[in-house]
Design a protein around this ligand. Sequence first.
Ligand code: 13P
Ligand code: SF4
Length: 332
Amino acid sequence: MSATATATARASLPVLPADRLAGVLPDIERHIVGPIIADIERLKQERDAIVLAHNYMTPDIFHGVADLAGDSLQLARMAAETDASVIVMAGVHFMAETAKILSPDRTVLIPDLKAGCSLAESITPDDIAQLRRAHPGAPVITYVNTSAAVKAASDITCTSSNAVEVVRSLGTDKVIFIPDRYLGSWVASQVPDIEVVIYDGACEVHERFTGAEVEELRTLHDGVAVLAHPECPPDVLAAADVVGSTKLMHDWVRDHQPSSVAMITECSMADNVAADAPETEFIRPCNMCPHMKRITIQNIRTSLETMTHEVVVDPDTAARARRAVEAMLAVA
Ligand code: 13P
Ligand code: SF4
């Protein structure tokens, strides 16, 4: 579902909270989460709040309480454009920080402060300074899966949706791309005329997939369409039919309605996309992101009840990071 479609669906209330999950969750689960969703809807009204949800949220969140849902790029745009006083980020910490960087006057809440990311942990501003010394003059392109301090030390950010366009937009023959080595090498393969200096970070979820797994899938499920996130290792990407962000994967399945599909990414993707492709068989060779799974429908309710945990970014860091994020938003 596109962000716009999700927003439209939410705008056409009243729909009883549990009914939003009809066909998504079994009846018993719908009845359990129905009252929690009703509480969240009431609290959203009282707090003038919206819930932004990443595509890796569980279906009760994605279909039940998200006002807007999407990939990292869509979440950044939504955060920049919302009129709500409070943004609850149903995603990981760097996503909440990006929302705060782009909407400094709004209160940004994350239901669990420990919802981190192995990529964001893998690099510091000092590492960037070292890279700049080793490659003088090369601009630093930073994947949004990083801290505000790392964004602040960068020239421009990118997401998996727009990384190639961002690299090309700079017009240089060499760039420094941080921190994901697999996304970096995939981007390098798309821009053979540009030298891409790659850092050594990796996503602990996507790096576990292997090309052999994909080949085995194809043997077991004749004709399966294989979609892979670019944080996967190169042998996985080489064996996939389509490589792209979580939004691209969702749109591809909705538009192509394949008879069977395997999305080589986080487990909740298939659960969420399935609602838009009822005839498609989803083969689920997924890995779970432990950080994303720290966000639950229960702690979203608590977050709104107690107005915790507020995400704070030092104003000077935020201003420098905003330049890098806005430079990206101006490209794609
Ligand atoms: P997307 O921007 O493709 O949603 O990816 C975010 C992410 O964290 C993937 O692991
Ligand atoms: Fe980070 Fe990987 Fe989890 Fe995405 S899936 S939030 S890149 S650890």
